[in-house]
Write a protein that binds this ligand. Structure first.
Ligand SMILES: Cc1ncc(COP(=O)(O)O)c(C=O)c1O
Length: 421
């Protein structure tokens, strides 16, 4: 469910006409619905209310400060993966005691900053990383809490690039290593191993891989108990799928109903790290048609948003529904298949392929749906294209929550050495 709907003939974000926003903000731009964002957060919170988990929004999905602020104001914690994300989290006033830190490649500097800022937990993904955290903590004369990320080796039905719990993925630690670490606790004077973490992948539409993974963790936690090791946290990661096309993902309620009996048995504080579920359908990318190009083989609709703005179709072959801002454009005409492509010099620069589309004209506006997660946060300056603006509708008004970059921003920090002058 989301708040992008036709009212009359025009697509609206909540009660605001998108074409009115496009009169004030140049396309392309990302547009977020505050109401949808909060609605998804509360769906999850309510579904799991019987165990009152810590819900840490996964910042990598969307790290716009207004998005983050909207969520932390409602009590969300944050899942971070870099020093930059920690910086942004602190900038919006997030409580460090509600921040968990994953990533396979945390640097010495990032670890130091996170310890100094007293985050809740590190989710540790390798033995040398654990050793480094211990050493840094020692130098800072601190004892830090750590969860070990376990790779449970479960198969999930999703794109290869977003499956993270297969034996050959780089993420997490295998169970034997985790057992070894728990039985050699003494060698780490400055870390408390107090939790386990999993994240089995993204855009997962069924509950059985989660249950399979939780069962593996349960047996492990039981073994630890026998050895006298008591844990405090179990972090189930993110991964809940959303509707992009015709998926029938589990609802928050359905997911909770399926996993709660298993989670409750663990008797640990549960952490969830949803990203896509909260913001995926809370955002769209609004783009304008530049040209229609008919070749002997195909029609191309060339738009002003490229793979630098939204890389998901190129990277994951992802499907995004594309809707006209003016609904009658689609209804009144025969549709013909076309590729919707951007201006970038790459054949992978497409938003949709072979999509039935009406005859559009230069200046028509299109909405690329389901672009709120891994949209702007994965955007780049490729082809020296300034990154676009982000806009949020809040209670009937729209706000630019990130200005589009300027050409000047493109050269920020670049230096021509004297020898080249
Ligand atoms: C450790 C971790 N937690 C949470 C997430 C969020 O995943 P999703 O957006 O699928 O909920 C990710 C995504 O890559 C992740 O790596």
């Amino acid at each position: 469910m989301h708040e992008f709907k036709y009212i009359g003939n025009e697509l609206h974000c909540e009660t605001v006409k998108i074409s009115d926003i496009a009169k004030k903000v140049d396309t392309p731009f990302y547009l977020y619905s505050y109401k949808t964002l909060l609605d998804h957060y509360y769906k999850l919170k309510k579904a799991f209310s019987s165990i009152n988990p810590l819900i840490c929004f996964s910042m990598k999905a969307n790290s716009n400060l207004a998005v983050l602020r909207a969520l932390i104001k409602e009590g969300a914690g944050l899942d971070i993966v870099s020093g930059g994300e920690l910086y942004k989290a602190l900038r919006i006033g997030a409580n460090p005691k509600r921040i968990v830190y994953a990533s396979v490649g945390k640097t010495d500097k990032e670890i130091r900053e996170a310890i100094k800022n007293k985050i809740l937990l590190f989710n540790v993904e390798s033995v040398p990383e654990l050793d480094l955290i211990n050493t840094v903590a020692q130098k800072l004369k601190r004892k830090v809490d750590v969860s070990l990320r376990i790779n449970p080796g479960v198969e999930v039905d999703t794109h290869n690039f977003i499956a993270t719990a297969r034996q050959d993925n780089k993420f997490g630690l295998d169970l034997d290593t985790v057992k070894f670490l728990f039985s050699n606790l003494k060698r780490m004077s400055n870390v408390n191993l107090i939790g386990v973490h999993i994240h089995i992948g993204s855009q997962i539409t069924e509950s059985h891989p989660f249950i399979e993974a939780i069962n593996i963790i349960s047996s492990f936690v039981d073994e630890l108990k026998k050895d006298g090791v008591r844990l405090k946290y179990f972090n189930i990661g993110g991964g809940l799928g959303i509707i992009y096309r015709e998926e029938t993902p589990q609802t928050a309620q359905g997911f909770a109903k399926a996993v709660l009996p298993y989670l409750k048995k663990l008797r640990l504080k549960i952490i969830l790290e949803p990203g896509r579920f909260i913001c995926g359908n809370a955002g769209i990318l609004v783009t304008g048609v530049l040209y229609i190009k008919d070749t002997r083989f195909k029609r191309f609709i060339i738009v002003d948003a490229g793979m630098n703005d939204l890389i998901r179709p190129a990277l994951y072959d992802a499907y995004h529904e594309i809707l006209p801002i003016v609904e009658s454009k689609f209804k009144s005409q025969n549709l013909e298949k076309a590729d919707i492509v951007g201006p970038i010099c790459e054949s992978a620069d497409f938003l949709a392929k072979e999509r039935p589309m009406p005859r559009l004209e230069s200046g028509d506006l299109l909405a690329v749906m389901g672009a709120g997660a891994y949209g702007f946060s994965m955007s780049s300056n490729y082809n020296s294209r300034p990154r676009c603006a982000e806009v949020m509708v809040i209670r009937g008004k729209f706000y630019v929550v990130k200005k589009a970059e300027s050409y000047k921003d493109l050269v920020k920090g670049e230096i021509i050495p004297k020898v080249l002058r």
